[in-house]
Design a protein around this ligand. Structure first.
Ligand code: ADP
Length: 451
C-alpha cells in the first residue's frame, strides 16, 4: 500500500466531510478522497434548509416541535416505506446535529417551512442564504483545521477485503499518481446519488428518460457500483425525485410557488396544455410532450410582486421580460407564437373572472395576468434526488442481501437508501448527511480501534 490509515472516506459532500471530521475527533487517522476537482458534491447546491426538531433556534422563535412529529412527517412524506429505525435516528439526532454544526461555527438561526413539514423546522443561515454551501464550507474549514488528508481528483475504485470478508483497504485512482491502494480497516462510502446519470435513472424509472438534472457532474452513481462490487444490497433505488420546472437557461430550479401564485404554462405554439398545479410527475410528462421538450412559465407583474423569490430568477437572467405578450413571444431566447399567446392569456383571464378553468380544470385561479410587464421562463423537468441506495443499519454499517454487515464498510448520505422512503422531504437531505455522516465517522473510528 502507498498509505496506511484507520478510515478512508469516499466523497466530499456533506456526508463525507461530516464522517471525516467525526472519525478524526474519535481518534482515527483519516484520508478523504474526492473524484472531482472541486469539493462539496450536491450538498453544496442545497438551498432549502436543514430539518431538525426541538432545537434552541426553534425555541427562540417559539416554534413547538418534537422528534416524534419530525418522524411522523418524514414517514408520511416517504409514503411509509422508509426504514423506521433510520428515520428514528434522523429525527432524534437532528437537534444534536444542528448543535454540532453550530459548535463548529455554522449559523443555522433562520428557521423556515418546507413541504410536508407540520411546523417550521428548516434551519438555514440568517437571511435565508444557501444552507448547503455554508454547511460544506464550515465542515471543510474544520477538516483543514484538523489537518485531515484531503485528496482531490482521486476516485474510489474498489473496496478490498481479506479472506474472511473484512475490509482491508481501498483501490483508488489518482489523476496524477494513477492506481494505488490504501490500507485501512474501514471505508465510509459517502458518494452521493446518481441523478445526473440519465441512462441509469431511465433504466430504473422509464418516465424520467431524457430529463436534465439539478445535480453536479459527479452525481453519476459510480459509488453504488463500488458498493455493489463489495457485496452491498440496494434498497429503494427505483424511487427517483423529479421536479417539473427547471429553467432551461442555467438549470435553476423554479419553485412551484410561481405556478401556485398564478403563472401559467404554455408551449411554443402559445397554448396551455396542462393543469399547471397538478402533481410533479404529471406536469413533468406534459412538458416533455411539447415541441422542444420544454415549455414556458408565463406571468405578469402581479405574480412577480406576490413572490419575492421571483426577483432572484429575474436577477439570474432566466426570465426575459417585455411590456406586451407579442413582444415577449418574439424575444430572443423565447420564441412563442405571440398572437396565440395573447389569445391564450385572454382566455385564461376569463377563467379567472368566471372562477372555472374550462380547459384544464386548474383548481386555483389566484389572479388574472394583465398587469405591467410580462415574463417568460423556459422550463423543463429535471431529476433532483435519488431516494434509494446502499442498505445500512442503525450504525451506518453497510449490509449484504442477507442483511449481514460487511465488516468495515459504512455508508452515509444520498448513496444510502431507507431514510427517505419513496419521496424525500425538502430539508431532510442536509439533516440526513450531517447525522449519518457523523454516525458513520464515529462508528468507523470505534471499529478501527478494535481491529
Ligand atoms: P451527500 O449529499 O450524500 O454528502 P454529495 O453529492 O454532496 O453527497 O457528495 C458526494 C461526493 O462524492 C461528490 O462530490 C462526488 O463527486 C463524490 N464521489 C462520487 N463517487 C466517487 C468515487 N467513486 N470516488 C470519489 N469520490 C466520489
Amino acid at each position: 500500500p502507498r498509505d496506511t490509515v484507520d478510515v478512508v472516506v469516499v466523497g466530499s459532500g456533506g456526508a463525507g466531510f461530516s464522517a471525516a471530521v467525526s472519525a478524526h475527533d474519535n481518534g482515527a487517522k483519516v484520508i478523504l478522497i474526492e473524484k472531482e476537482p472541486v469539493i462539496g458534491g450536491n450538498a453544496k447546491l442545497a438551498a432549502g434548509g436543514m430539518n431538525a426538531a426541538w432545537t434552541d433556534q426553534q425555541k427562540a422563535k417559539n416554534i413547538k416541535d418534537s422528534p416524534e412529529l419530525m418522524y411522523k412527517d418524514t414517514m408520511k412524506g416517504g409514503r411509509n416505506i422508509n426504514d423506521p429505525a433510520l428515520v428514528e435516528i434522523l429525527s432524534s439526532h437532528s437537534k444534536g446535529s444542528v448543535d454540532w454544526m453550530t459548535a463548529m461555527g455554522a449559523d443555522l438561526n433562520d428557521v423556515g417551512r418546507m413541504g410536508g413539514a407540520s411546523v417550521n423546522r428548516s434551519h438555514r443561515p440568517t437571511g435565508g442564504a444557501g444552507v448547503g454551501a455554508h454547511v460544506v464550507q464550515v465542515l471543510y474549514d474544520n477538516a483543514v483545521k484538523r489537518n485531515i488528508d484531503i485528496r482531490m481528483n482521486t476516485r474510489g475504485v474498489e473496496v478490498l477485503k481479506d479472506d474472511s470478508g473484512k475490509v482491508k483497504g481501498i483501490l483508488v485512482k489518482g489523476m496524477y499518481k494513477g492506481y494505488y491502494w490504501v490500507k485501512t480497516d474501514a471505508v465510509i462510502l459517502a458518494t452521493g446519488g446518481f441523478a445526473k446519470n440519465n441512462d441509469r435513472v431511465a433504466k430504473l424509472d422509464p418516465k424520467l428518460k431524457g430529463f436534465i438534472s439539478t445535480n453536479q457532474p459527479g452525481a453519476v452513481g459510480d459509488g453504488l457500483d463500488v458498493a455493489a462490487n463489495a457485496g452491498a444490497a440496494m434498497k429503494d433505488v427505483e424511487y427517483i425525485q423529479a421536479h417539473p420546472t427547471l429553467s432551461v437557461k442555467g438549470g435553476v430550479m423554479v419553485t412551484e410557488a410561481v405556478r401556485g401564485n398564478g403563472a401559467i404554462l404554455v408551449n411554443r405554439e402559445g397554448k396551455r396544455f396542462v393543469n399547471e398545479i397538478t402533481t410533479r410527475d404529471k406536469a413533468s410528462a406534459a412538458i416533455l410532450a411539447q415541441t422542444g421538450k420544454s415549455a414556458f412559465l408565463i406571468f405578469d407583474d402581479s405574480v412577480r410582486k406576490s413572490l419575492k423569490k421571483i426577483d432572484k430568477y429575474i436577477g439570474l437572467g432566466v426570465a426575459p421580460t417585455a411590456d406586451s405578450l407579442v413582444k415577449l413571444g418574439e424575444m430572443k431566447g423565447v420564441g412563442i407564437d405571440g398572437k396565440a399567446l395573447t389569445e391564450t392569456v385572454a382566455r385564461y383571464n376569463s377563467f379567472v373572472t368566471s372562477g372555472k378553468d374550462a380547459d384544464f380544470e386548474r383548481p386555483n385561479l389566484p389572479r388574472a395576468l394583465n398587469e405591467g410587464n410580462y415574463y417568460a421562463i423556459e422550463v423543463t423537468p429535471g431529476v433532483h434526488h435519488t431516494m434509494g441506495g446502499v442498505m445500512i443499519d442503525t450504525k451506518a454499517e453497510v449490509m449484504n442481501a442477507k442483511k449481514q454487515v460487511i465488516p468495515g464498510l459504512y455508508g452515509a448520505g444520498e448513496v444510502t437508501g431507507g431514510v427517505h422512503g419513496a419521496n424525500r422531504l425538502g430539508g431532510n437531505a442536509i439533516s440526513d448527511i450531517i447525522t449519518f455522516g457523523r454516525l458513520a465517522g464515529e462508528e468507523a473510528a470505534k471499529y478501527s480501534k478494535k481491529n
